[in-house]
Ligand binder design. Sequence first.
Ligand code: ATP
Ligand code: MG
Length: 267
Amino acid sequence: MDQYRVEPGSSVDLSALDPSGGDALTCGKREGKAALRSLNVELESLQELLYAQGKHKILIVLQAMDTGGKDGTIRSVFEGVNPQGVSVASFKKPTETELAHDYLWRVHPRTPGSGQIVIFNRSHYEDVLVVRVHDLVPAERWEKRYEHINNFEQLLVDEGTTILKFFLHISKDEQKERLEDRLATPEKHWKFATGDLAERERWDDYQAAYESVLTRTSTEAAPWYVVPADRKWYRNLVISQVIVDTLNGLNMAYPAAEDGLDDVVVV
Ligand code: ATP
Ligand code: MG
């Protein structure tokens, strides 16, 4: 899965990365779905171990264009995982109180504690994405944020957090299909926001803003992965595999048992 990792210091051109996965697909759909099922089972036990050991903190950041599949990813990748110890923090339009503070103020309290996995559904990156595309603060302010963000994430890593960041890369055509599908399906109307159409008109501006994010904030401490996301099964597979590989790399172990357990009898 290293092919999807953004090498720190490299410059990202999203138009050169195929949202369908193209020739780089590592398997077919049937095989991919089967692999996802076994990764799911593996993730379940890794999460239990993480929780039992209570040492590591895991932060997973999901960013995407509208309809990019953040919600579906959370549903599929974490299916069956014990909800105790896993939570989702969604970052929407900031409230008045949030806006009265610096942009990381609302983010820090949502970061994972020991033994926890937290999934950010949108994140502090909105403060250099939507904020930049819509000129919500002057350029000289958001320009400084890439560095703040790298430092903030380094702080979290230095204090025991493992960070994985995924950009779900969909094509503009795929977004059109997904929006049309939402319009055509009454059960999906709740997901349709006409505001998404205005954002779609700014597609190129968003792609440019994402390229800056990926180029400037993929670090050794907190790498970005650009995940081909036009095919949902492949997107889920890539993300699951990266998470499972990363958790395996932590070489976790259950805490030592109390002394003398062998002699204990429950009466
Ligand atoms: P999503 O669009 O993530 O699937 P949703 O449709 O349920 O979720 P929305 O009401 O669209 O929720 O909330 C997300 C919106 O909040 C996005 O348009 C996003 O750009 C915006 N947002 C998030 N963070 C910020 C921020 N810091 N400043 C301005 N807007 C933000
Ligand atoms: Mg939305």
